[in-house]
Ligand binder design. Sequence first.
Ligand code: PBG
Ligand code: ZN
Length: 326
Amino acid sequence: MFPQTRLRRLRRQSLRPLFTETAVTTNDLIMPLFFAEDAAKKVPIASMPGQFRWPLAYAGAVAGDLATNGIKAILLFGIPKTKDAAASSAVSKHGVIQEAIRAIKAAVPGMVVISDLCACEYTDHGHCGILHESSDGPELDNDASLELMQRIAVSHASAGADIVAPSCMLDGMVMAIREALDAAKCGNVPIMSYSAKFASALYGPFREAADSGFAFGDRLAYQMNPANGREAVRESELDLEEGADILMVKPAGIYLDVLAKVKELGLPVAAYQVSGEYSMIKAAAQNGWIDEKRVVMESMVSIKRAGADLIITYYAQDVARWLHEQ
Ligand code: PBG
Ligand code: ZN
């Protein structure tokens, strides 16, 4: 008890580093990248200052630059030239992501390429799969969309993706994709499941970045209710049982309670610091209201402290640079 017990003893400047419980390293970071099939030069994303839609011609150079900074993994999103109700451009052998994967693996073979598996960038209606009519109007046809996800997964893996990351929140998606990958002799490709993905307003800037806004409705019928922590654990548990290799919680910073619970399931867990989290920090920093580097590093350490093994963040390259400066 006080006065013998004084926790401040270990907080003195010289001692503090020895008692740091949580460390962030470049091994923890995954950088999301957007590739646009019809871009001729890099196009700034207005709602995410510092982020770009890259032309395919830059794929090798962008990945090389990240590798030089110590980034070991990237998560790819594609913006195709053409969209239709069936998301045909998502399964084309020469689709934007398939080409990006090939270019990156050719230029930087050691870069771990993770491909986002979803249909919303490829459908003209902007939803995450195939639609059918229901009594409430058009809605995602779960089982028809699973078949589409299987084809996208095999197409990405065949192009050279190291990991596939389904983000569509369909029931049974992990089992369906595992079966399809195994049948296509891609048994070594792990599945990083967006297992606890909430219907969050923080995806706003991403929808501009990836041109994946929807023509009608919302995603409330497939993404999770932010009020439901127990359901998030159940979703993640089911994905584990279906064969997921890595679980994910998304968004990250305001769902740390969910992250800590999902971590207890025992699989590696990724946390996605989403576009809105990036844009909020960026906007406050650009106004001079907060210290960008300190706020970002604090967010990184907090996400790790809560249980993340991996952090997907648009700040990955900055974090790598800041870690290097230390
Ligand atoms: C596509 C997808 C989204 C994000 C990742 N994959 C958008 C959405 O579900 O509406 C969001 C990422 C971000 O906001 O940074 N399903
Ligand atoms: Zn989607």
